[in-house]
Design a protein around this ligand. Structure first.
Ligand code: SF4
Length: 528
């Protein structure tokens, strides 16, 4: 698949990219070539932020001639790819994103009457969703999200989007989580009611017990749509009729899924209460080929934090992948991570240690009175502790678990010179703060996951490297929130003493571009 040397001197828009792509970032063309030349089915590329991942993927699709599906983890990223490459690709997403034009009144396609037997003439042409699926099936390059792609690929009616030669996994470090989420399911009291069976009492013991229960009730279930379309149905009646019908179909699928689990030792009950019990695979790797990679000749994973470990966890065969790391295009001074010895913020931290920790944060903030900052606390409890004890709390915005967006909007609304500080345990990924929106990032606590969580416990019992891998991924994501382009910069400081031993023991789990950025300073650096 080698491209001739002539192409080397050509800009992206001369090779099929949209016209505004007039030049390559450093390493971008090399990454395209590496992907084209890789002899393996799986290709992993660790491309730091600002390296132009989406163009690399689109050029790989264009120059290889492969029919491609570009997968994103969020609708916001899907929108961004669509904005950048709208001429070259077709976007498709789940039914709830399209209005049923037959009913109107903001009823989504997921609630359309065609799901309960209405023979809609618009299904053949005119329906926003089905037309878009057909357009995607004809398109050479499609963009969608992981959940929709896997739903389509594993659809009982067959894959409506057709075969793809290449799938591109954007934010490739999240593939393991995407497959896990896709495979998780919950049996609820509502499901049992829909199938006219009883929620078992007493509860079966363990996943084995539930599989046995599901196998026994299979023959006793009443599986028929509870409603059929008739012309008198309108508005709310229609919507609830479709919902009730969908409930029966979904509940039937879940009981069948539970009864067909063959490897109970790889499943756990991850959440349980009186009305709901949720099942999850511990490791999704063994199912990845079936639910995600099946049918693709080539699978390309890309992310700023992609590692071999992340690919292994996502079920990539160790003997059939090529992995390449690319240097950061951002000057190191603009993304420097400084560890400042303070206190170890673990369970053994005393009240005195915590007051030292708060004091250190106050020192940093006081030395930068007119700079906006983010403090990553890992838990809501530490967030509140800091807020209550800090002398700088008049600058701080904290939030509850359902108020993240409001807190972020408030933080963004403050002018650069306000010195506003967002204190949060959850803004470590998915949010960008460009330029003066944030100049200081303080990592107050190393982001260890909650060891009481059944999934964390099951995975860490089986793989001692799993928690360090998770911590490293979150740490890198947290550090990168505020340096978003080559001429952007932020001061990133880590003040948890657990960082230093962790770093020396596990820095091999971090990409090289991040390793190069870490330094230690016994005092708070002078403001930049
Ligand atoms: S096919 Fe018709 S009824 Fe079904 S969602 Fe589309 S417009 Fe609505």
């Amino acid at each position: 698949m080698s491209i001739s040397a002539v192409a080397l001197s050509l800009p992206p828009n001369a090779l099929g990219a949209p016209s505004h792509y007039t030049s390559w970032y450093p390493h971008q063309w090399k990454a395209v070539q590496d992907a084209l030349d890789a002899p393996t089915r799986f290709v992993g590329q660790c491309v730091p932020t600002g390296g132009g991942k989406s163009l690399i993927a689109i050029m790989m699709a264009t120059l290889s001639g492969m029919r491609t599906c570009y997968l994103t983890s969020t609708k916001a990223l899907q929108d961004q790819v669509l904005r950048d490459f709208h001429i070259t690709l077709t976007d498709v997403r789940g039914q709830q994103n399209y209005e049923c034009l037959n009913v109107g009144d903001r009823v989504s396609v997921a609630d359309g009457p065609c799901h309960i037997g209405y023979k809609c003439p618009m299904k053949g042409g005119g329906c926003l969703y089905y037309d878009q699926v057909k357009a995607a099936a004809r398109s050479k390059v499609v963009v969608t999200n992981y959940a929709y792609y896997m739903t389509q690929l594993n659809n009982e009616q067959g894959a409506a989007l057709g075969k793809f030669d290449l799938i591109v996994c954007d934010e490739g470090h999240l593939v393991v989580d995407e497959i896990t989420s896709f495979m998780q399911f919950a049996i609820t009291r509502q499901d049992c009611r829909a199938l006219e069976i009883e929620m078992p009492n007493p509860r079966p013991v363990g996943v084995d017990g539930w599989i046995k229960w599901a196998s026994e009730v299979m023959g006793k279930m009443t599986v028929h749509p509870v409603s059929q379309y008739n012309e008198q149905m309108t508005g709310t009646d229609l919507k609830s009729a479709v919902r009730r019908s969908n409930e029966v179909v979904q509940a039937d699928r879940k009981i069948k899924k539970l009864s067909s689990i063959l490897d109970a030792t790889n499943w756990i009950i991850c959440q349980s209460d009186a009305d709901r019990i949720e099942f999850s695979p511990i490791w999704p790797a063994k199912y990845a080929e079936r639910v995600m990679y099946r049918g693709a000749d080539k699978v390309m994973m890309m992310s700023a934090t992609l590692t071999r470990k992340a690919m292994f966890l996502a079920g990539v065969p160790t003997d059939n992948y090529t992995f390449t790391e690319y240097p950061s295009t951002y000057p190191i001074a603009n993304r420097r991570v400084t560890y400042i010895p303070t206190v170890a913020m673990n369970r053994r931290a005393s009240d005195y240690n915590i007051s030292e920790w708060v004091h250190r944060i106050d020192q940093i903030l006081r030395s930068r009175p007119n700079r906006k900052a983010i403090i990553h606390t890992t838990s809501y409890q530490r967030m509140r502790t800091l807020f209550e004890a800090s002398t700088e709390r008049h600058r701080m915005i904290q939030h509850g678990s359902g108020q993240t967006s409001q807190a972020i909007n408030m933080f963004r609304s403050y002018p650069p010179s306000s010195g506003a500080v967002l204190v949060s345990p959850v803004v470590h990924s998915g949010y960008d703060f460009k330029g003066d929106e944030c100049r200081v990032v303080i990592i107050g606590k190393l982001p260890f996951p909650d060891s009481r969580d059944p999934m964390v416990k099951s995975r860490s019992d089986r793989d001692k490297e799993w928690i360090p891998h998770q911590v490293m991924q979150t740490l890198i994501q947290s550090a990168g929130r505020a340096t978003r382009s080559g001429d952007d910069w932020s001061e990133i400081m880590v003040i948890d003493d657990d960082f230093w031993w962790f770093w020396w023991k596990y820095k091999y789990l971090a990409p090289g571009w991040f390793v190069d950025s870490v330094q230690k300073s016994n005092t708070i650096p002078e403001p930049r």
